[in-house]
Design a protein around this ligand. Structure first.
Ligand SMILES: [Zn+2]
Length: 315
């Protein structure tokens, strides 16, 4: 009897957990940024009840072998919106997904794609898969639920199932998707996706454009290096993790910001200033970026992180 009661309670609680929040309210449009390459540019703010957690730039590429999705977003609701956008442009199934890194706003939408296309290959860097296995996915579910006040309810962790690393080419009936990863960057598990024939590169969170990104899990010098690589890749269309798609400036403006912070911190570090003394001296040099979303809330942490990185490089 007790067991039956326990099971009934367990089932009831699972039903509560499984209750799914409403679909996305706002209308989003997929913009064709190159032939057959689409990007849905998400709102630039942090996850909130208003944006229902949608804040990244999901992309999809239509090939004759099927559709490839890049970063299907932060929740099952966002993933379903991405699939609805895909269906406006093609009847072909989604055959592959790339997850650019472990931050949940980019990949928790895997669930929607997997439920609609159970045979889908979901590619990510092996370190991302490792982190999800260690619990990063569950943590991100909680962060999203918290910040959106439940608007992502019903989302569960569907991790990548296929590891890819630097230099790997995945071909879809002649369309090449090249994986770029060279060490720690925005995190230790970022991949960029280059489509050499279409001259498009999906930067993931190696760059925000008009929006600052946290760098707590990353490296200034590594991020600068990876952006330099993207710029040298031959691409002409750059899709940042957040903010509008553009030419190389969508990579170089954030790269220049990272360089300005790092170089400034290094200069004042050598004058024996501490990070809180450095901030007021460095801020006037960062005027070009002061209107970017989240500049005020992140510049202090960027200076502290650069300080630690400069300090570590001295030893
Ligand atoms: Zn990120």
């Amino acid at each position: 009897m007790r067991i039956v009661l326990f099971l009934a309670t367990l089932l009831a609680s699972q039903m509560v957990v499984a209750e799914k929040a409403a679909p996305l309210k706002a209308d989003y449009v997929a913009k064709e940024v190159a032939d057959g390459v689409f990007v849905i540019h998400g709102p630039k703010g942090l996850p909130s009840p208003e944006n229902q957690g949608f804040m990244n730039n999901p992309g999809f590429v239509v090939t004759s072998a099927g559709v490839v999705v890049i970063d299907p977003g932060s929740s099952v609701q966002v993933g379903e919106m991405v699939l609805a956008q895909v269906r406006k442009h093609t009847d072909k199934p989604v055959v592959a997904v790339f997850n650019t890194h472990v931050h949940g706003d980019h990949w928790l939408g895997n669930q929607a794609v997997f439920e609609a296309f159970p045979k889908v290959k979901i590619y990510a860097h092996p370190k991302m898969m490792e982190r999800v296995e260690q619990g990063a996915g569950i943590q991100w579910l909680e962060v999203m639920m918290d910040l959106t006040k439940g608007a992502t309810a019903g989302t569960r962790v569907v991790s990548a199932n296929t590891a890819v690393d630097d230099g790997r080419d995945i071909e879809m009936n002649g369309v090449i998707f090249r994986v770029l990863h060279d060490g720690k960057s925005h995190t230790d598990n970022d991949i960029m996706i280059l489509l050499p024939q279409k001259k498009v590169v999906f930067l993931g969170d190696n760059a925000g454009y008009g929006r600052m990104l946290r760098l707590n899990d990353g490296s200034f010098l590594g991020n600068i290096h990876n952006l330099d690589r993207a710029v040298a890749s031959g691409a002409t269309v750059f899709v940042p993790g957040h903010g509008p798609t553009a030419g190389p400036e969508a990579a170089t403006e954030y790269r220049d910001y990272l360089q300005a912070v790092y170089d400034g911190v290094k200069e004042f570090f050598e004058e024996d200033l501490s990070d809180f003394e450095i901030k007021p001296k460095l801020l006037p040099r960062l005027g070009k970026w002061q209107d970017w979303v989240d500049f005020d809330s992140l510049v202090g942490s960027h200076i502290s992180l650069a300080y630690l990185e400069v300090e570590a490089a001295e030893f």
